[in-house]
Design a protein around this ligand. Sequence first.
Ligand SMILES: Nc1ncnc2c1ncn2[C@@H]1O[C@H](COP(=O)(O)OP(=O)(O)OP(=O)(O)O)[C@@H](O)[C@H]1O
Length: 768
Amino acid sequence: MMKGALLTENTNASPTQTTSEAAFERELAGERAYVGQLYQRLDQLREATESKLRSTRKNQSVGNHQNRSERDAYASFYEDRLAQYNAVDHRLAFGRLDMDDDAVRYVGRIGLATEEHERLLIDWRAPEAGTFYQATAFNRQGVRRRRHLMLERREVTGFEDDVLDSAMLDDEDASLHGEGALLAALNRKRTGRMGDIVATIQAEQDAIIRADLAGVRVVQGGPGTGKTAVALHRAAYLLYTFRERLNNSGVLVVGPSSSFMWYIERVLPSLGETGVVMSSLATLYPGLRAVPETDPAVARVKGDLRMAEVIKKAVADRQKVPATSVRLAVDSMDITLSPKLVKHARATARSTGKPHNEARETFVKVLLKELTRQLNEKLDAAAGHAVDRPYLEEDVRNSLDVRRAINLAWMPLSAETLVRSLFSKPEYLASATQGILTDAERQVLVRSADQPFTESDVPLLDEAAELLGDFSKITGAAAAQRAEAAHQANLENARKALENANQQLEDIGVDGVITAEQIAELNEETGERMTAARAAKSDRTWAYGHVVIDEAQELSAMQWRLLMRRCPMKSFTVVGDIAQASSAAAASSWAQALKPFVGERFHLDELTVNYRTPAQISDAAVSVARAAGLEISAPRAIREGNWSPSTRVVGAENLIPSVVATVSEEVAQTGGGLIGVIVADSRYREVASAISTAHRDNTGTSKSALEHQILVLTPWEAKGLEFDVVIIVEPMDLIEAANGSVGDLYVSMTRPTQRLHLIAGTDLPAGL
Ligand SMILES: Nc1ncnc2c1ncn2[C@@H]1O[C@H](COP(=O)(O)OP(=O)(O)OP(=O)(O)O)[C@@H](O)[C@H]1O
């Protein structure tokens, strides 16, 4: 185990006994010169791109449609490039490999080459950079020495080496500096936003990051093992390696809550990737921001796969056959709509296999035809001979009675209307759940129509939308046709534009190749520029090329079902810790969660080292979990901290004052470090208001911005996050709120990187 105190944030690696001071300085100067050269090239590329962008913009309004769309595509492309150059500026290079054949490779955030195409820097995701993370003394992979470069902004402040070739150890110039780069990263003060780990990815993590695109890959790991970090770096790796395939389909990253999404949202941009769709479970249904589901009983029922049958039945129930024949007036005549006729039309419509709103067209067509025939026969009978009446169908269609009868039998429906009325209208609920749910389960689902949709409604809405078809398409068919025609025109323009495009891209030092589809898509963005990512986010039926799910242990079966639909290719990275599950509808094993969708065809990896929590704290968390009988696989903490967890029982009346006092002490002690106060829902308001009264300007709560030094959060909101210091208020509350399960407390105890306080009114949980 590493000793956390050995190295501090400012790791100006000191020369060891094996290296002389002078040799170290010489090496450092060499690295500074090289990195200086890299920045020079980066600046050059940036200026060239800026100037191209300027001239493209200058000409933007002139020329024909083709010229304009070509220029728009270039402008977007240059903007993306510039954003990428800016994003990678900080700590551009972080590694160097000295190979057996004396070749030297520098590894960094992006790939760079000289104007003469001589390679200066290798993108960390390129295959040749893999050895930077994977080589070990036992399996050197041709690497003699791996060097970690420490940069502050653009300045090389130090370096440290892993010498893999023992012959090199005798070399006077070689320096050996252990695992300082990793420790420096782990001991760094937390900012409230997750950072990338690109410079210090560990071998077991790297193997997962670089795994193949196809199939479902589950990464199981205890708290702090880098699951989130690995998942995000994997997204960046896949986008780089399979750019052609993923650029048009995109990658979706899903996390549990909006606070979590906020916490991780900067990682991918800092790796130069902006085209990823990020969504919490609350926003997976486009256009809706669902509220949390607070009732575990409701979450359990709504998360069950049987709800798919309930929704299916609810849709079928909206295709109704009248109990008796209905008389319909058309002009001055009466015609009869019989149950048999409606049944026939319904069967024909259903046999199309189309969703409800689209199949309705068939239903209407069959009914109108039959009713028109009936009316025609009546009129013929009255006239005494057959007459051709081409206008008659129009008359039938325009009859108020006919329209009403058709709507009563087969109403166009939105998913929202279907789900809302299913739970608020007893007759719908009774019919849709009969034989599927128990009476008690049905009772749990009842609610009034004015309640907002919750997170557990999201997959139900999605299911309904799937079966109903696009509601807007009924009115928007013509618009869709127009959009498709425009897309084809843009595609044609883009193809022409491409003939000279790739040459120009090469001229500015870009290694990627752009496709006609990409340009066409960019062209279709009117006004504000819209990326494929944003188009995907607003389209429920978008098929992603890959989906990354974090904290996946929380997903209900219905949520899994929704996500599986988002990626028909079934290319998934799923990360989580089954032991950390706290939602009522969660599965108890990965096999159980995935079986309905992929059977046993998934690959399971495990991460075993805890990079976040010092050993003393993670030991305490494990002990509390085990004392309560929770089965956990405790990862090995990589470092020992300087502080043991502090536990105090202060008496109920002193609870809040003690919490506030501890916060104040920590504000003074951490010197700007991040403090997380974790408290159960029941006491949340009281605690949040006491702390924000004492520390008004630097307290953030879940409901407001989180850019504060002190954050007051519920256990659910704290999931996946980390803090320098964590203060848990009344730990027994966390157990009680989770119906006696210790999971939330265990997770909360594993959030700190430095210190943990447990402050109780009366009792502490067992195991401390
Ligand atoms: N190779 C690494 N180099 C530097 N830091 C790392 C590395 N791996 C993980 N970390 C750091 O360890 C901390 C925990 O990582 P992360 O949040 O990804 O873990 P997790 O497994 O998702 O945790 P949890 O399940 O408890 O939420 C983060 O601060 C992350 O940056």
